[in-house]
Write a protein that binds this ligand. Structure first.
Ligand SMILES: Cc1cc2nc3c(=O)[nH]c(=O)nc-3n(C[C@H](O)[C@H](O)[C@H](O)COP(=O)(O)O)c2cc1C
Length: 333
């Protein structure tokens, strides 16, 4: 079994690798699932946190997917309790490894709204489980992606690895700039936009949208993330897989710096942080963010174009990706 080990330095101060387990199970919940997940969150905050177990729970198309990390004995103890819960059945392990912590907080949850049936999800669970049993191990974020948000664009078939496509995270300093860009990309390339909801330990409920398309022979996923979504442990676990993280600047220095600070905080302690691209017309903002990035040890590129002009903004991302391809760098992930 082989994959890159990239995790949070420190975590709960442990020096040993933690146990990382993921399982999928069929939901038997009747009625509103989100409310049930909030009840599960309350139990998890009571039981998991004192044992240093962190978890992320997904509900999608009649299935739960749960990712747990923590000291091995504690993870087993919680798993025993959860396995006996009558709100789900047909529990199947899809990942089990020891490694660094990737979830930097006790709780994240996500709901994906799509028109898939439980059978569609069951097929993906069976395929991932089969690979796991064959010893073909993917890192937890990749397993999550394969089950929850697999790349459906036909171009993905040409890639050797099902998970090897370019992912770009977009965050706006003001308004819905990032979501507008993803909407525009979906329309421009004639592709669907998928909506998700995430939440953390304390009520936080944020939206995130993505669209998949092919651009200059590159299969891409562009993900819009709400500003406060950057603080969610699940977002932080996925950050090393995003390149670049695009900051759509507003020209208002205070807002632009506030967005940068959120991104820098999310990248803190990541051994391989993503590279940043600031898009905006304000030279002042670029100057300040460049200095702040230097201090934070982050790689910042500036594109002096109007972030509100979707075509020009996308062109800036595209040019940067082309530049990186011509000069490969290790952090490109
Ligand atoms: C899909 C799913 C995931 C769950 N995850 C956790 C968890 O991570 N931690 C936890 O304590 N309980 C979790 N639960 C709830 C437990 O099964 C159990 O109901 C709860 O821990 C009981 O807590 P109590 O005895 O304090 O009421 C989960 C339940 C389901 C259906």
């Amino acid at each position: 079994m082989q994959y890159h080990q990239r995790g949070f330095v420190g975590g709960f101060g442990e020096t040993e690798p933690v146990s990382r387990i993921m399982y999928a199970s069929r939901s038997l919940v009747r009625g509103p699932v989100y409310a049930e997940m909030e009840r599960i969150r309350a139990a998890a905050m009571r039981h998991n946190e004192p044992l240093h177990v962190c978890t992320a729970l997904l509900y999608q198309s009649g299935w739960f997917l749960q990712w747990k990390e923590g000291p091995p004995a504690a993870v087993l103890k919680i798993m025993d309790r959860v396995a006996a819960d009558a709100r789900h059945a047909s529990l199947r392990i899809v990942h089990s490894s020891r490694g660094p912590r990737l979830l930097a907080g006790p709780w994240s949850m996500a709901i994906v709204q799509c028109d898939e049936t439980p059978d569609d999800m069951a097929r993906r669970v069976a395929a991932v489980r089969h690979r796991f049993e064959e010893g073909d191990q993917f890192a937890p974020p990749a397993v999550w992606r394969q089950l929850s948000t697999p790349m459906r664009h036909p171009g993905a078939d040409r890639q050797a690895q099902p998970d090897a496509f370019q992912r770009v995270l977009v965050c706006g300093a003001a308004g819905d700039a990032a979501f507008d860009l993803v909407k525009w990309l979906g329309r421009h390339y004639g592709q669907e936009v998928v909506h998700r909801r995430f939440a953390g330990p304390y009520e936080l409920d944020v939206g995130t949208d993505y669209t998949d398309f092919e651009d200059h022979g590159r299969v891409m996923r562009v993900i819009a993330m709400a500003r406060r979504g950057l603080a969610l442990p699940l977002t932080r676990a996925f950050l090393p897989d995003y390149s670049p993280v695009v900051l759509m600047l507003s020209g208002d220095l205070q807002r632009d710096v506030a967005l940068f600070d959120r991104v820098a905080e999310a990248c803190r302690q990541l051994p391989a942080p993503p590279r940043l691209l600031g898009v905006g017309l304000s030279h002042d903002s670029h100057l300040r963010l460049n200095l702040a990035a230097n201090r934070a040890g982050l790689d910042y590129a500036a594109a002096v174009v109007d972030a509100g002009g979707h075509a020009a903004c996308w062109q800036a991302v595209d040019s940067l990706l082309a530049e990186w391809e011509s000069v490969p760098q290790s952090a490109a992930g």
